[in-house]
Design a protein around this ligand. Sequence first.
Ligand SMILES: Cc1cc2nc3c(=O)[nH]c(=O)nc-3n(C[C@H](O)[C@H](O)[C@H](O)COP(=O)(O)O)c2cc1C
Ligand SMILES: [Mn+2]
Length: 460
Amino acid sequence: MPYKDLRGFIARLEKEGEVARIKTEVDVNYEVGAICHKAFTISDPEKRKALIFEKPKGYDMPLAVNLLGTRQRMCLALDTTPERIHRDWVERSRNSIKPVLVDSGPCQEVVYTGDKVDLTRIPTPIWNEKDGGPYITLPCWITKDPETGWRNMGMYRAMVHDKKNLGIWADPHRHISMQWRKAHAKKEGFPVAVVIGPDPVVTIATVARGGYGEDEMALAGALRGAPVEIVKCKTVPLEVPATSEIVLEGWIKPGTLKHEGPYGEAYGYYGESNMREYLEITAITHRKNAIHQGCYLHRTPNEATYLRLPWEADALVQYRTGGLVAVNMIDSVSIISIRKGADGLGKIAALGFLGTPAARTTKVVIVVDEDVDPYNLYDVMWAISSRCQPERAVEILKDITGAGIDPSMPEESKRTKSALISKMIIDATKTVAIPFAEAVAPKKDVLARVEKEWEKYGIH
Ligand SMILES: Cc1cc2nc3c(=O)[nH]c(=O)nc-3n(C[C@H](O)[C@H](O)[C@H](O)COP(=O)(O)O)c2cc1C
Ligand SMILES: [Mn+2]
């Protein structure tokens, strides 16, 4: 079992030299966002540090950002390596492990209810210039189906309207939206618990798109190899991970909306603001010395890009066409590598991949051979440059559902909220039947000798 709580994960990150602590006072309004922007604008995204702001001005709670903002740190959270991460995910997620209820947990060491409830005591940044307000950016929303009791966890950005009200924007097909529609159809309030800063595996499992009826908390248990311990909430009939840093409890009432947005979304653009549902908070509970956890979104790649790793693993599970080796999803562009046995299989693989629920938001799929590393973008450009002719390699597919937050979507699709876009396949694999040019390589035995005697050349 990798970690008991977020603190255990932060301690590990510190040991690995992955954390920068900002000890000077910082303003959560715009300054934190500007610092994140500057710190993350470097050419190698893997070198971006996790940032812990120790002194948000006017608060006695630190703020941690970008803890899961590299592939390497996602691997540390899941106790695996970049080479094994997908295989481990697929193997571990086969046997879900249900959470266990415990009597008490540190997430309720401090409890505020009634008049004491005040969301503005949490250091929540206004991240970018045009954001409509402060945003809690890594909230894990825990809810249950009003009819079946099935628990769902999902991540939906949360705007702090004021002391007691928290806005949500969730796509209509998100599980939480389906559940609250059922409650609201019966004119009933819908209870919600929003968890901030659980064990990082819980945060990652929250982003996974389990099927309708699947409990992402049981997936978290499977991924960490031990059940998540949960405690009963104080004012809603729900349970939350016992070691979470902060828990917000409340109700989404039928027929009540507030103005939400705009917000700098995951693709690095401000989305539309609109009248949307919100949570009326009935309790805030937290650990002693609680840590607030968030992410800063800007142009790709950002922490959300890496957090969507579960979708890559899901695509590997859902794909049934054969020969798929590895998947790299970068927002709406996916690069897949395949073991190609015959001509034509490049495009079949692309179609099989696009047909998986996990790749629903993929707009461009680039298919490469097994000898090309889909995570090395220069390698991918090499394949496109040298292995394909656009006339034969490119297919455009029209009127398919894409990502709702894609700002280039046709106006009609935006207006109708259908998210209909076009998609492109680039088959950058070599021909099989017609022998393809051979890639250069040194003489094998000489290379082996050079590698063995590397030190003597003095190249460091
Ligand atoms: C950082 C981050 C923020 C997200 N914000 C939203 C959001 O505001 N609204 C939304 O509908 N989906 C959002 N998503 C995508 C959902 O979290 C994701 O699809 C989730 O798995 C949905 O769970 P569900 O299938 O149980 O509804 C976000 C994802 C990430 C990684
Ligand atoms: Mn779900």
